[in-house]
Structures are given as structure tokens and as C-alpha cells.
Design a protein around this ligand. Structure first.
Ligand code: SAM
Length: 230
């Protein structure tokens, strides 16, 4: 049986990221960097939820914070993250601490322990449907998470939909939430699209971007990225 980390991260994920980050994933990584540059929470501290090795996270963003606290269930994530970003963080004088733990097992407790931190969900919310296959439970968890985050500065980029498409899809900027079927129609893409049950995580009126991520040839994840002021 696969562990939680294998189902959402793990060695196969890291191998794929290593091979793809500078090629197939480069436009997506640039999109994440461009979007993160627009998020400037007035906080010295950042909570990273599910950062993995930070394959898609830019140094320029991370080193804006004096203290970073990461939560990830994958044991390989911390050493790889330090390998990729440790040098830049050290040079910037930023302090990184790490907890190998399930953030979703005690959301309220963790948020309370870091009352002044901004929070970035690093492409992790869309993985909940792998860990909890009941879509209604995941949708309820997203709504609860949004409530628990009220008053906090937070941002998330996450899988909204995934499926097969060979076209290179453009980014979209949206003023607020868009129904999945309307988004699919707006891209003119057919076939079956898997809904990751994250559509209600960002508040209805929060501006957002849709960043198409060519995860592998012929397979695209539509990543929703948005932030909320505290
Ligand atoms: C798609 S990867 C994130 C990739 C990351 N944005 C990057 O730039 O490399 C999802 C990560 O979330 C982590 N994760 C999944 N469920 C989690 C949970 N319940 N608590 C903490 N981390 C979790 C996985 O271990 C994995 O590293």
C-alpha cells in the first residue's frame, strides 16, 4: 500500500519534477512566479503548506520573508528543498524551519501557533481528493479552511481541474469564481475533466488566475491561483 506521501509526492514526483522543471514546466513556473510577485502580505513570517522541494517556488519570493515554516508529509521534501533553496535563503538571512506533518490534521492548531504568519498553500489543496476520495468531504474541508483563514493573509495555488489536452492553453485572469463547466467551455476543450473539489476554497469574489500546467505531454492541470488580504 502506498503511503500518503507516495500518493501526493514521493520519489516518482521528485524525479518527474527534476526532469520537467526547466522544460515542460517552465511556462507554469514562470506563471507562478509572476503571480506570487503580486502577493505582498505585510508579514515577516511565511507558513508554507505542502511546498515539496519547492520545484515551482521562486527564490525571489521565498527570500522576502525573514522566517519560513514548512509543513509537508513527504520525508524527502525537506532535504531537497534545502538543496534547491537553502543557499538563497542563507544569503538573504532567512530562517527555515520544517515540520514533517499533515497540516490538515490540525489546521486550527497550526494556524494558532503562527498567528502573525502569512500562509501559502503550495499546490496542495488539490491533492486532498487523492487522500479523501469523497468529494463532498473535500468540498466541506475547503469551506472550513476558508473560514479558519478569515482575518489572515493567505494565498493558494491548487489543482482545479485536470485532464487530457494537447493544446497549449493560455493563462486566464478572472475577477472571481467561474463554474468549472464555463471555464472548460471558455478554453474550448472537450473530453473528461477531473474536478479536484477545490472550487470553493478561494472566496467567491477573490480575483484569481488560471495557470495551465502541462504536467506531462498531453496532460494538463488547470491551476487556480489567488490570494486574500487579511
Ligand atoms: C504537488 S506537490 C507541491 C509542489 C510544490 N508546489 C513545488 O513547487 O514543488 C504537493 C505536496 O503537498 C504535500 N502534501 C500533501 N498532503 C499534505 C498534507 N496533508 N499536509 C502537508 N503536506 C502535504 C506532498 O507531500 C507534496 O510534497
Amino acid at each position: 500500500m502506498k503511503s500518503g506521501a507516495d500518493r501526493t509526492g514521493g520519489l516518482f514526483w521528485h524525479m518527474r519534477a527534476l526532469v520537467s522543471r526547466r522544460s515542460l514546466w517552465a511556462p507554469f513556473r514562470a506563471g507562478v512566479e509572476d503571480w506570487l510577485a503580486t502577493w505582498t502580505p505585510p508579514c515577516d513570517e511565511l507558513l508554507l503548506v505542502g511546498p515539496s522541494a519547492g520545484w515551482c517556488l521562486p527564490d525571489a519570493f521565498l527570500k522576502r520573508f525573514a522566517r519560513l515554516q514548512a509543513f509537508d508529509i513527504d520525508p524527502a521534501a525537506q532535504p531537497l528543498f534545502r538543496l534547491l533553496h537553502g543557499g538563497a535563503l542563507r544569503r538573504a538571512g532567512a530562517e527555515l524551519t520544517w515540520t514533517q506533518a499533515d497540516f490538515f490534521a490540525d489546521i486550527a492548531g497550526i494556524l494558532a501557533a503562527y498567528p502573525k504568519a502569512a500562509i501559502l498553500f503550495c499546490n496542495v489543496a488539490g491533492q486532498r481528493c487523492i487522500q479523501t476520495p469523497d468529494a463532498r468531504l473535500v468540498e466541506a474541508e475547503m469551506l472550513r479552511l476558508q473560514l479558519l483563514l478569515q482575518g489572515r493573509c493567505w494565498a493558494s495555488f491548487h489543482d482545479l481541474l485536470s485532464g487530457h489536452a494537447s493544446l497549449i492553453l493560455p493563462q486566464r485572469r478572472l475577477a472571481g469564481r467561474m463554474q468549472a463547466r464555463d471555464l472548460i467551455a471558455s478554453y474550448g476543450i472537450g473530453g473528461e475533466w477531473y474536478d479536484h473539489s477545490t472550487g470553493q476554497l478561494l472566496p467567491q469574489g477573490a480575483p484569481r488566475r488560471i495557470l495551465p500546467w502541462r504536467f506531462q505531454r498531453g496532460r494538463v492541470h488547470l491551476i487556480e491561483a489567488g490570494w486574500v488580504e487579511g
